[in-house]
Ligand binder design. Structure first.
Ligand SMILES: [Zn+2]
Length: 489
């Protein structure tokens, strides 16, 4: 064997002499360098990566092919950067080996860190070939790889990523809603990437997301569209005000508000305010608002229902159907004759008026309407017939003294008052409110009052003519009786 002859690569490989092979990479003859690179590739030793990377600058293309092949065979995150540099190699075969590794092999590497580093490198490369492996990596089993792929796609400004990113945000939103937990890091990364991508080019993929069946995905798309805020977006969002799903209509209305869109006083404006559940403003859009007000009533909460009724009254709505809503509408306006016409479906509205109509006169009329429908109630009047009669006398409009006399006679007939020993005191409106012997404490004529029980043992009495609170009585307490004196507040 000649002294200083070429190194015996086969022997070194057989002995796993990595250091010897690395030295051989610098040998003056290209075939030796090439054989040494191939041998190192087969040995998979981490120590060889830097030396093989240096060899990518070799003047001989055959050597560079062997070096890039050995790096690919070695694998691992440290080969990623050298392979990225190899993409610029003048030799097509070197480039092809590096491309194949970066776009396919390394993205399928068993080591998650290798996949993550490769994904980041692909984002920097920003080539058309990067897109498919990165879109794939968004579904990687490893979270860090997924996040790296999301960030890479955002850096690239890749619009193909928009829909998958929306689906991620939607999935995490749904998960957070149902379990209280979500993958916050993924959600943040996807949201941030969508922010980065939200420019006019994103309108098309965002519109595509609107045709998804998942309402969360549609909401996410609407929010991003609103941020883009062009006239085209306004057209899309106003179209969504007619969507079949109320949450989508509301999301579209919020988006329009966010982009400072100005509603007009027409059907679109009515849809807009209906989606915001701003019923009075909805009514300001004119008669076009009626169908939206009517349609929203059944699912609305009690407070909203009052607003809807008010809005319909502003529009001078005339209900066509004889249903519960029509009854509530007429009851709100004190048209109890209409409630009686409606009959059974009006009972709920009448009961509601009985509990909470602001005017006690309305409550008297509601109680009378219920009685007409065969539905007598024990509250809020102990004797509705007496209250009605007393109001009739009061309303007959005689002189004050005449009225008082007529009422006293009526009360005496009803044994509510003894004219020989007692004296009736009237409310400031003239309604008989209390009675008492001369010098004695006045006693509220509770049978003639409307009453409300608040706490279990507290009852407050009101003048059914003018709504003044006459007394609050606590029963069963040590100081049973009138706690608050009658008041003409
Ligand atoms: Zn009164």
């Amino acid at each position: 064997m000649p002294l200083f002859g070429p190194p015996n690569i086969d022997q070194m490989e057989a002995r796993r002499d990595v250091q010897g092979l690395i030295k051989a990479l610098a040998w003056k003859d290209a075939p030796v360098r090439r054989a040494a690179a191939e041998a190192l590739g087969a040995l998979h030793d981490p120590a060889s990566v830097d030396a093989l990377a240096v060899l990518l600058a070799d003047e001989n293309s055959g050597v560079r092919r062997a070096a890039v092949g050995a790096l690919v065979a070695r694998g691992g995150q440290r080969v990623v950067d050298p392979l990225v540099r190899a993409l610029a190699d003048p030799d097509a075969q070197v480039r092809s080996i590096a491309e194949n590794a970066l776009y396919k092999r390394l993205m399928a590497d068993i080591d998650a860190e290798t996949r993550r580093v490769t994904a980041t490198a692909l984002g920097r490369l920003n080539t058309p070939d990067s897109v498919a492996p990165l879109l794939n990596a968004v579904k990687d089993a490893d979270e860090n790889v997924r996040i790296a792929a999301i960030k890479a796609l955002a850096t690239m400004g890749e619009m193909q990523a928009v829909l998958p990113l929306i689906m991620i945000v939607a999935r995490e939103t749904a998960r957070a809603r149902s379990t209280g937990r979500s993958d916050a890091a993924m959600e943040r990364a996807a949201s941030h990437a969508l922010d980065t991508l939200a420019d006019a080019r994103a309108i098309a993929p965002l519109r595509a997301a609107l045709s998804q069946s998942d309402p969360d995905a549609r909401e996410v798309a609407i929010r991003r569209l609103a941020r883009i805020g062009t006239p085209e977006v306004a057209g899309v969002l106003t179209g969504l005000l007619s969507d079949g799903d109320a949450t989508i209509r509301r999301a579209a209305a919020r988006g329009l508000a966010e982009m400072q869109w100005q509603p007009t006083a027409d059907e679109t404006g009515a849809r807009y305010w209906a989606a915001h559940r701003e019923w009075r403003r909805c009514a300001e859009c004119g008669p076009e608002a009626v169908p939206f007000l009517v349609a929203s009533y059944p699912g609305a909460a009690a407070m909203e229902r009052a607003d809807i009724m008010y809005a319909l009254a502003q529009l001078e709505w005339q209900p066509q159907a004889g249903d519960a809503m029509a009854a509530a509408y007429w009851a709100a306006q004190g048209r109890f004759d209409k409630c009686i016409e409606i009959g059974e479906p009006a009972v709920e509205a009448l009961d509601s008026a009985l509990r909470s109509a602001p005017r006690w006169r309305f409550r008297v009329e509601a109680a009378a309407a219920l009685a007409t429908l065969g539905q007598s109630r024990e509250e809020p009047f102990a004797h509705l017939d007496l209250v009605q009669r007393a109001l009739e006398i009061l309303d007959a409009g005689g002189e004050g003294a005449d009225n008082h006399g007529t009422l006293e006679t009526f009360l005496a007939e009803q044994h509510l008052f003894d004219p020989d020993t007692e004296k009736v005191e009237s409310c400031k409106c003239g309604y008989p409110a209390s009675k008492g012997a001369a010098g004695g404490a006045p006693e509220v004529i509770t049978d003639l009052m409307g009453f409300e029980r608040s706490a279990a043992n507290t009852t407050t009495f009101y003048c059914p003519s003018c709504d003044v609170r006459r007394a609050t009585i606590v029963r069963g307490s040590p100081e049973a009786g009138i706690l608050e004196p009658p008041t003409d507040e």
